[in-house]
Design a protein around this ligand. Structure first.
Ligand code: 2BA
Length: 96
């Protein structure tokens, strides 16, 4: 199994979650804040079987990709991605 941590910009989160749920992917949604811009984003925690991982990434990609946002920060332009995804090997998953 893999543990997927996806940090998603607010404007894409509703469609991403809807798409994930429609595809029977279980998620936990956490409100989070970017350290650099200090603006809100949303982190999704997803426990996925190995063969589900590509599908999860594809769902996030189609809801968040190609939507880079340009934000002005201290007179500089910053390109904020739609999603940053970490995929981590998971030793054990327990549901008690
Ligand atoms: P923030 O930390 O608020 O960063 C927003 C955007 O600012 C980043 O977009 C990046 O383009 C820029 N940025 C971040 N740190 C910078 C720095 N030290 N110098 C110059 N520019 C910088 P993204 O890379 O798409 O990241 C969007 C959000 O995803 C981040 O919000 C943060 O919440 C999360 N994130 C990105 N990379 C991460 C990482 N390696 N570890 C943990 N969280 C990460």
């Amino acid at each position: 199994m893999k543990f997927i941590i996806a940090i998603i910009q607010e404007e894409y989160i509703n469609s991403a979650i809807e798409d994930l749920m429609d595809n029977k992917i279980r998620i936990t949604k956490i409100s989070s804040t970017g350290g650099f811009l200090k603006s809100g984003n949303t982190t999704l925690l997803i426990g996925a079987e190995d063969d589900e991982v590509d599908g999860v990434v594809e769902i996030i990609r189609r809801n968040c990709q190609g939507k880079d946002k340009k934000v002005k920060h201290k007179d500089k332009q910053v390109d904020v991605g739609g999603a940053n995804i970490f995929i981590v090997p998971m030793d054990r998953y327990l549901r008690i």
